[in-house]
Design a protein around this ligand. Structure first.
Ligand code: NAD
Length: 369
């Protein structure tokens, strides 16, 4: 049996608590005989600043490069608010994404039947919801140059961020979206602002060309990003795969997050290009941050982190059976009424982080037996 090499980067705040949940599930998975893992743990974000003076050391980056996949908890927190912009905790995450070429961010927004009432929308709008948001992650306005604040002659300031996309960057993210749609319901919606942005004009043109050349069997629609935000709240189930740029993807995926009930439920994958060996670099992490308000209190929901492990099994290792097992264990725990505080109704009994992870691991063992 193949042994998969995982690098675990728990990070800050609730990161270590939810990552402990992953380790609990990895132990249960190894017992099933479906896969074995060699997991090494290292520092990222604020904890790396404390230890090394920077949020990602070169040694950790080298380990990330050598791993079969990386699982990351979350970075940041008030303790590091005063550090220089260049070495802030988030810079560690951005460097990992950039240096490993992780250009495609996959964020599923799934509404579990047991949680339909926890959504900000009415049950009938979200029950059965299953959207995959594909966000471009290494280009666009977060990385474009110039990116600066300058002082004008009158002493006031001027800030510039630059939105840049090339044909190649748009093509590769479009391929990811169309390939995913081929394994799902065969529909892609592409969101940009071609009415007011040149990068939107090129985005629409390139996505249309990739579709026409390679994906006759997939249905493509274009939607303006602002209208897309509105449609996500009005009638979210009209979407299947939604592909968009870095900035719009950041916003639209957070809108989709609220449809599913809690940030604590949302996993994500960030994928690089396929290399000569047929493998790709990949990092899996929950959508949520380090939640300093509940850190260290055994209150965090570990499901987004454990769901990220399921995505890792599916997309990096091709272990569909093991991934299904983890997903079914999560569904079973929720269907049985298990709730962490973020998804519990008023007065409902609440499980802590550790107890929820242990329950999911035991549901997994039952299903694997
Ligand atoms: P956050 O996601 O950490 O928290 C937002 C709210 O959701 C909080 O009330 C929190 O308690 C709750 N929440 C988040 N995850 C939860 C979970 N698993 N279970 C239960 N409740 C959960 O966002 P924020 O408060 O804006 O940011 C806090 C810190 O995290 C900041 O330093 C920010 O920069 C950082 N951050 C990091 C990442 C990342 O590492 N990818 C992402 C977003 C924010």
């Amino acid at each position: 049996m193949t042994t998969y090499k995982l690098l675990l980067l728990p990070g800050d705040g609730i990161g270590p608590e939810v990552m402990a949940g992953v380790e609990t599930v990895l132990t249960a998975l190894a017992e099933t005989g479906l896969a074995t893992f060699e997991a090494e743990t290292d520092l990222v974000g604020g904890s790396a600043i404390d230890a090394h003076g920077k949020p990602l050391s070169d040694a950790t980056l080298a380990k990330a490069d050598a791993a079969d996949a990386i699982l990351l908890g979350a970075v940041g927190g008030p303790k590091w608010n005063g550090v220089a912009y260049e070495i802030r905790p988030e810079a560690g995450l951005l460097r990992l994404r950039k240096d490993l070429g992780l250009f495609a961010n996959l964020r599923p927004a799934i509404c579990y039947p047991a949680l339909a009432d926890a959504s900000a929308l009415k049950r009938e709008l979200v029950e059965g919801l299953d959207i995959m948001i594909v966000r471009e992650l290494t280009g666009g306005v977060y990385f474009g140059e110039p990116k600066e604040i300058t002082t004008l002659p009158d002493g006031s300031k001027r800030a510039v961020d630059t939105q840049v996309y090339t044909t190649a960057e748009i093509e590769r993210i479009a391929h990811i979206a169309f390939d995913l749609a081929g394994k799902r319901s065969g529909r892609v919606a592409s969101a940009e602002k071609h009415n007011v942005m040149k990068s939107g004009v090129l985005w629409k043109e390139v996505v249309t060309e990739v579709h026409a050349r390679h994906y006759a069997g997939i249905a493509l629609e274009h939607v303006l990003a602002d209208n897309c935000a509105m449609q996500l709240v009005r009638r979210p189930k009209q979407f299947d795969v939604l592909v968009t740029d870095n900035l719009f993807g950041d916003v639209l995926s957070d809108v989709a997050a609220m449809l599913t009930g809690s940030l604590g439920m949302l996993p994500s994958a960030s994928l690089g290009a396929v290399d000569a060996r047929g493998t790709r670099k990949a990092l899996y992490e929950p959508v949520h941050g380090s939640a300093p308000d509940i850190a260290g209190q055994d209150k965090a929901n570990p499901i987004a982190m454990i769901g990220s492990l399921a995505m890792c099994l599916r997309y990096s290792f091709g272990l569909g059976e093991a991934a299904d097992l983890v997903d079914r264990a999560i569904t079973a725990a929720l269907a049985g009424g298990a709730r962490t505080a973020d998804i519990a109704g008023d007065g409902a009994p609440v499980l802590g982080t550790r107890a929820m992870a242990e329950l999911i691991a035991s549901e997994l063992r039952v299903r694997a037996a």
